[in-house]
Design a binder for this molecule. Structure first.
Ligand code: MF3
Ligand code: CO
Length: 261
């Protein structure tokens, strides 16, 4: 099913997006060398409940995971790229951390992910990989407007990733968002322009380019959730939720700078 938000629902989507973005920004600023992933999860839970929002993850039991997720944020480190299950691990200088968060606020969901390097180190390949996913995300957003097709967005995203030299895995990608986190249409991270669903005002989409440095093959961790690169190489992931507007697209998950938690 594809949901189209009414104009009166858009303010709620903006509020959900701002909350997700401000929580991610706060967690990013707190994540330091020595920070434990379980603390990140606890901080996320406190900020979600403190804002009167609901976690989209804690009870989530999709076919691609084992049982309910049981945590409030995805924490994916280095070779982990998607659905990283928070566990007892203290971050080290130079770790590449991806935080992926989706919450529901007054019935509307927003979903966003950021990747960054922890501490003082700036490993050039990691910085380049994060940059490629951010540029791919920007290109996808720039292609989003009423009348554009999903394939136009996929093509824009995939062209940047492939142009940066990364293999592309199309098992997981972006998706429609609305009263629930994962909805149609699927937005693959590569594709042909001029194909697929035609965008219209009120559609919410989560666009989420992700890459692995030297492989397109994923393996599932023994925890039943965390998806890692098959070769152990580093990975990156960037995601925004956008709303299609009358003349383009609005990014809902930009930090406002408001204090949360
Ligand atoms: N928010 C993720 C996405 O970007 C999905 C996480 S599912 C979870 O689509 F169960 F792992 F939390
Ligand atoms: Co998503």
């Amino acid at each position: 099913m594809i949901e189209i938000l009414s104009p009166t629902e858009l303010p709620r989507a903006r509020a959900a997006g701002a909350l997700v973005a401000d929580i991610l920004q706060t967690l990013r600023s707190r994540a330091a060398v020595g920070t434990n992933l379980l603390d990140v999860d606890r901080w996320a839970r406190a900020m979600i409940t403190g804002a009167g929002a609901q976690s989209c993850y804690v009870d989530y039991e999709p076919s691609f995971g084992r049982g309910p997720f049981g945590h409030h944020i995805c924490t994916s480190v280095n070779d982990a790229v998607l659905h990283g299950l928070p566990h007892d691990y203290a971050l080290a200088d130079g770790d590449l951390l991806t935080l992926d968060l989706a919450v529901s606020l007054r019935g509307v969901v927003a979903d966003s992910a950021v990747s960054f390097v922890v501490g003082e180190a700036r490993p050039p390949e990691s910085v380049a990989m994060i940059d490629a996913t951010e540029r791919a995300l920007s290109a996808g957003i720039a292609a989003a407007r009423p009348g554009a097709r999903i394939g136009d967005l996929s093509h824009a995203i995939g062209s940047v990733l492939a142009g940066a030299g990364y293999p592309i895995n199309t098992q997981f990608g972006g998706h429609g968002v609305g009263s629930t986190m994962h909805q149609d249409p699927h937005v693959a991270n590569a594709g042909r322009p001029g194909r697929g669903f035609t965008l219209r005002p009120g559609l919410l989409l989560a666009l989420e380019p992700w890459v692995m440095a030297d492989t397109d093959e994923l393996v599932t961790d023994a925890d039943g959730w965390t998806l890692r690169s098959a070769t152990g190489c580093r990975t990156a992931h960037s995601e925004h939720t956008i709303a299609i507007t009358d003349d383009g697209a609005e990014i809902l998950t930009l930090p406002t700078g408001a204090a949360v938690g």
